[in-house]
Design a protein around this ligand. Structure first.
Ligand SMILES: Nc1nc2c(ncn2[C@@H]2O[C@H](COP(=O)(O)OP(=O)(O)OP(=O)(O)O)[C@@H](O)[C@H]2O)c(=O)[nH]1
Length: 415
């Protein structure tokens, strides 16, 4: 596990030049997107405010997206705010939902417009070094919803993205709560598959050293477990043995994790956090981006294959073989050779083409065909009326009946 709490000179330099790396030969800057996720009350909003003021003090104001439709007070102003697009209370009323359903539906509605949002973000990407994303207080609404995944994927496939998981340190001092929090963090890592930073917040109240110890040293966690929970016979409980097994399982997770301690209230630990972001950005470029690109090209290939399969099915339904489709288009053959269906040649579109197949027939010929067609149509119409024994209604002063008394004969028809 890495814990970049002390800034290294190189990292500090990276911080001052931020993530505005230029691509080879180009001048396009790639800002880092920091998605803030955390349990309700962990201090996400305060942390966002702290990041915002820290970046302003460095003359690198961030671009901010608020995805929490239910936040009542935001101590900073967001460039894009979900509340400007969707009123979650109105959503609750209209869809007859509770608060969580309202927030989720509001997020779903917003996600349908996220391509536009991403368009704005991409336009501003050259001017900023950091893009901060605040997420709904009810963590599961973002981490376990389809819209959360769509938004995260969309952002991550476009810009370097890291997840900052904010933890309420004073409320994590019990081994069981700590384990629950770490398991949750692990599940978010699996869901997002993005570089991950655990931000132990509120270190002004409770330093986060104990957490780092537990993550680095299995025995330290084991000792804390033993102290916290034995039954009346001095035996470890089922929960304790489960948690100590979990701790072993999570070792690999801890090893690849960045953990920093901050106080969103006092601003302590901000440097360490930005060092961790810089490391995570590098990790995104080296490990995550190639994987995301691979998944994107796999998805594109699958879409292409689906399209091809659908086209083949359509051709099959129309009884057209792939090879005959191009060549027979102008030939006017019958059955499987006929791209216009099993109709006689004079009812098909290709009769307007001559024998060679490419040149259109001249205008005179087309007029003749059209006239013939009209005559055929009128005759058929008259025949039909005669057969049904229906009188043509009098229209526009025309005689009610044709030359033959209106039975089976053609008369001038209104235009
Ligand atoms: N002492 C101390 N208190 C903090 C710190 N960060 C946040 N708080 C307090 O923790 C409480 C919750 O903070 P918020 O920023 O509203 O937490 P949140 O995660 O955004 O909460 P939701 O909006 O419910 O998701 C507030 O009373 C904050 O003042 C910190 O670093 N130190």
């Amino acid at each position: 596990m890495t814990e970049p709490t002390q800034p290294t000179p190189a990292a500090s330099q990276a911080e001052s030049s931020t993530a505005t790396q230029t691509e080879a030969g180009g001048s396009k800057k790639q800002p880092v997107v920091i998605i803030c996720i955390g349990m309700a009350g962990s201090g996400k909003t305060t942390f966002m405010q702290r990041l915002n003021s820290h970046l302003h003090s460095r003359n690198t104001p961030p671009y901010i997206l608020n995805l929490d439709p239910a936040v009542s007070h935001m101590p900073y102003s967001a460039n894009i705010d979900i509340r400007d697009t969707v009123d979650y209370k109105e959503v609750m009323k209209q869809y007859n939902l509770g608060p969580n359903g309202g927030i989720l539906t509001a997020l779903n509605l917003f996600t349908t417009k996220f391509d536009q949002v991403l368009g704005y973000v991409e336009k501003r990407a050259e001017d900023v070094d950091y893009i901060l994303v605040d997420t709904p207080g009810q963590i599961e609404i973002f981490t376990w919803s389809a819209s959360g995944a769509i938004i995260t994927d969309a952002i991550a496939s476009s810009l370097p993205t890291v997840v900052a998981y904010v933890v309420d340190t004073p409320r994590t001092t019990a081994p069981a709560t700590f384990m629950s929090n770490m398991l949750y963090a692990c599940s978010i890592l699996y869901k997002t598959r993005l570089p991950f930073i655990i931000v132990f917040n509120k270190t002004d109240i409770q330093p986060h050293d104990f957490a780092i110890d537990w993550m680095k040293d299995f025995e330290a966690y084991q000792a804390a477990l033993n102290d916290s929970g034995r039954n009346e016979h001095g035996e470890t409980s089922y929960m304790n043995s489960l948690m100590s097994s979990m701790c072993l399982v999570l070792e690999e997770f801890y090893n690849n994790l960045r953990a920093v301690g901050v106080s969103a209230m006092t601003g302590e630990g901000m440097r360490g956090f930005f060092d961790a972001v810089e490391e995570a950005r590098k990790e995104y470029e080296s490990d995550y981006k190639p994987e995301l690109d691979r998944l994107a090209s796999e998805r594109a290939a699958k879409t292409e294959a689906d399209k091809k399969a659908q086209l083949e099915r359509l051709m099959k339904d129309m009884n057209v073989s792939d090879s005959s489709a191009g060549s027979s288009r102008r030939r006017g053959g019958a059955g499987g050779d006929n791209p216009f269906g099993p109709y006689p040649v004079n009812e098909r579109e290709d009769r307007y083409y001559d024998e060679e197949g490419d040149e259109e027939v001249d205008e005179e010929e087309q007029d003749a065909i059209r006239r013939q067609e009209e005559e055929e149509e009128e005759a058929a119409h008259a025949e039909e009326l005669g057969a049904l024994d229906v009188d043509e209604p009098e229209i526009g002063g025309m005689p009610r009946s044709g030359p033959n008394g209106g039975r089976g004969a053609a008369w001038p028809r209104p235009v």
